[in-house]
Design a protein around this ligand. Structure first.
Ligand code: FES
Length: 172
């Protein structure tokens, strides 16, 4: 039994040791898990339950209560729309609407094919380029609707090509 727990601890190399049993201390642990893995898996909940002694069902209740937590992995391409002040006044709403239209997902959703997730973020530090989005680590700024559609379509194409390649690789 001890080995199983040690294995779990090794597989979750998170900064979870700050937990001091105080009310609310669970939230930073969950944030840590999500920051590391992109979402909070059942395995992570089991592990946090093991560390804290809080029943897994209770932790799951907290995870589902707060909109900031995800229980599903993010898509291959994570589109982050900056909704900081500079981007907001330069059309971030239209940017978000356009992406929703292109990808068929709203904020905090992932497409059915797991290719795209859409997130809203605060200022990402390049306000002079507002409005700005990030797709994975790539920054796209001074966006117009036309430019944005072009960018998103190029990722859709890329995702399709990758899916074809992956399917081909599987048949070899
Ligand atoms: S407000 Fe969007 S980058 Fe600063």
């Amino acid at each position: 039994m001890a080995n199983t727990n040690n294995d779990k601890i090794k597989s979750f190399n998170l900064d979870l040791w700050k937990y001091d049993g105080q009310e609310g201390a669970l939230i930073p642990l969950l944030q840590s898990a999500q920051d590391t893995y992109g979402y909070i898996s059942e395995k992570a909940i089991d592990y946090i339950s093991h560390v804290t002694g809080i029943p897994a069902a209770e932790i799951y209740g907290v995870v589902t209560f707060y909109a900031q937590f995800r229980t599903k992995p993010l898509g291959k391409y994570v589109v982050k729309v900056c909704n900081g002040t500079a981007c907001h006044v330069n059309g971030a709403k239209t940017i978000g609407d356009t992406i929703t239209d292109e990808l068929g997902i709203d904020y905090d959703e992932t497409s059915d094919d797991n290719n795209f997730s859409l997130l809203s973020v605060a200022c990402i530090g390049c306000c002079s380029l507002a409005p700005v989005i990030l797709i994975n680590d790539e920054t796209y700024g001074r966006l117009t609707t036309a430019k944005l559609r072009k960018v998103v379509k190029s990722y859709k194409r890329k995702a399709k090509e990758e899916a074809v390649k992956e399917a081909e690789a599987e048949t070899v």
